[in-house]
Ligand binder design. Structure first.
Ligand code: KIV
Ligand code: ZN
Length: 560
């Protein structure tokens, strides 16, 4: 990089717009969407899509709900031409979907493009030429007047050569793009759009689409919004034109630029799924649309099954959706931070299905885009206790008592620390199982236990294998099985069974129907001052709590 002062690059000139309106507006409706995946997106692929892939992708775009789809540049290659013909001849295009084709302002390319569109019910002819000073100087060596002539002449040709098509029943609309619009002097962009409109003669019913591309993104999004508002307020036939946005993402602000430019008055957005496109890509329509959705505006596009869309996208483009991509990325519904996990758990537990979404850190209900709740929380050594409890409850059905969260959280953190990576839900379950339910080398093993009741007094008898290797018969009485077992254990030497008292007890069923089992959690305090939990599972609820006591005692002995 050049050391300061940076003279190699210049600031982008601001727009002289004295009473700009867009900063105080809010978005209240979805724009018209046009997918350019099969043209702008496809041309930017190292290996462009085959006809079969384009077809699969096209059908997915239709399912999502796109009503305008740029299908290619049919005059540029035989594959593009054939794809267009296949769509029309095999009647793959629903009546309410318009196919759009792109073309340069050259007579032979225009006639070839019209040939490709023959028989379409609903089509948009998209003509472009570049207008910025640098393009005029370096590429065309042409004056402003020459550039206007290219655009108007092209428009004239399209108008003339499409007459038979229209007569044969095609609804043909016209789109003009002053390519590199955002780098073009605004007065010149206006002049060329006016000149093209003069030739096309749109009506209020059949408007001209004036697409104003940020072919390369050079400015901050507010400047783009200014440029669009300036155009919207200076065009003489605004009521006969649809103002379309086509942002690229060179500064990483294509989405913001699109959103602010919609506030600036634009009606339509061209872009691609997940932002594929030249260089840093086109604007990502999925994000713009779902951003609207999360503000309560239905985008008119359906991303209910975003995983499936992503799968088709990745297969056909051979690109990957990055893990942090809004809405679709692998990790966007995952919280690593413990405090985030706690907040998610708390707010999610009180989220009512009929109330506005208010789950912290998760701005959209994952279920709305077909994402699973399962992977929301992963545990690493930075995670909080709430996250572990959440996983055990939501993935495995263990609803641990609140006081136990801290204990299990610490155990899992130590394992994650030692392992140095995050723990999967299955690993968390395994640690829980080995710590509480099936300890590998227990000091106390319950071999037998039964109770009888007489006059509200419960009597227990049982057999324990203790750390001395011997089998011990036990018996005791109490007001319930737990109490009786505690008394029976109290008769044993403290070297074999620690002295303890029960602080609390909780239980719930695990699973449903005849397969259901009970899980019990016991909180004990030993005579040495240890406070710890045990857990036990059994089809018999009484036995589950006895096992939970044994689990707590084994944990206490292991710590000693
Ligand atoms: O980025 C661009 O300017 C384009 C035009 C052809 C619309 O893709
Ligand atoms: Zn583009």
């Amino acid at each position: 990089m050049q050391p300061a002062p940076v003279t190699k690059y210049r600031p982008f000139p601001p727009v002289n717009l004295s009473h700009r309106q867009w900063p105080s507006r809010t978005l209240s409706q979805a724009p018209i969407w046009c997918s350019v995946d099969l043209r702008d997106g496809n041309q930017a692929l190292a290996q462009p899509m085959s006809v079969a892939e384009k077809l699969e992708y096209f059908e997915m775009l239709v399912r999502i709900g796109f009503k305008e789809i740029e299908v290619g540049f049919p005059s540029a290659s035989l594959t593009e031409f054939e794809f267009c013909r296949l769509l029309i001849e095999e009647k793959r295009i629903p009546d309410d979907v318009a196919i759009q084709i792109l073309c340069q302002s050259r007579e032979e390319l225009i006639t070839r493009s019209i040939e490709a569109m023959c028989g379409a019910k609903n089509a948009i002819f998209h003509l472009y030429n570049s207008t910025s000073p640098s393009q005029r100087k370096h590429v065309f060596n042409a004056t402003r007047a020459d550039i206007v002539k290219i655009a108007t002449q092209g428009t004239q040709w399209v108008k003339e050569y499409s007459r038979p098509l229209i007569a044969a029943g095609t609804r043909m609309r016209y789109e003009y793009s002053p390519e590199s619009f955002t780098s073009t002097e605004l007065d010149f962009a206006l002049e060329i759009c006016e000149a093209v409109t003069d030739v096309w003669q749109p009506t209020r019913e059949e408007k001209i689409i004036l697409n104003l591309p940020a072919t390369v993104e050079y400015a901050t999004p507010n400047v783009h919004a200014d440029q669009i508002e300036w155009m919207c307020t200076h065009l003489s036939r605004r009521d006969r034109s649809i103002i379309s946005l086509h942002t690229h993402n060179d500064r990483g602000t294509g989405i913001a630029a699109t959103e602010l430019a919609l506030l600036g008055g634009a009606d339509r957005v061209e872009g691609t799924l997940f932002g594929n496109g030249e260089r840093t890509g086109n604007v990502d329509i999925v994000t713009v649309a779902l951003n609207l959705y999360t503000h309560g505006i239905h985008p008119g596009l359906d991303f209910t099954n975003i995983n499936e869309i992503r799968e088709v996208y990745e297969r056909c483009t051979r690109l990957e959706v990055p893990p942090r991509q809004p809405y679709a990325g692998e990790l966007v519904f995952t919280a690593f931070s413990g405090s985030h996990q706690d907040a998610i758990k708390k707010s999610w537990s009180v989220q009512k299905p009929d109330q506005p979404w208010d789950v912290l850190y998760i701005p959209v209900d994952p279920a709305d885009v077909g994402r699973s709740y399962k992977a929301i929380i992963r545990i690493n050594s930075q995670s909080g206790k709430g996250g572990v409890a959440y996983v055990l409850e939501h993935e495995f059905g263990f609803s641990l008592p609140k006081l136990m969260h801290k204990e299990i959280g610490r155990i899992i953190n130590d394992v994650a620390d030692a392992k140095g990576t995050e723990l999967s839900p299955a690993e968390i379950h395994e640690v829980f199982r080995r710590e509480y339910l099936e300890r590998p080398l227990p000091d106390i093993v319950l071999r037998d236990f039964k109770t009888t009741e007489h006059n509200n007094v419960v009597k227990c008898e049982g057999q324990l294998e203790l750390r001395d290797g011997a089998l011990h018969l036990i018996s005791g009485e109490g007001n319930g099985p737990i109490n009786a077992f505690v008394h029976a254990l109290g008769k044993k030497s403290p070297d074999l069974v620690p002295q303890f008292e029960v602080l609390s007890y909780a239980e719930h069923s695990l699973g449903k129907g005849s397969e259901a089992r009970a899980v019990s959690y016991i909180h004990i305090k030993t005579a040495r001052g240890q406070s710890l939990f045990g857990a036990g599972i059994d089809t018999n609820i009484e036995l589950a709590s006895i096992k939970a006591i044994v689990s707590a005692l084994n944990r206490s002995l292991a710590k000693k």
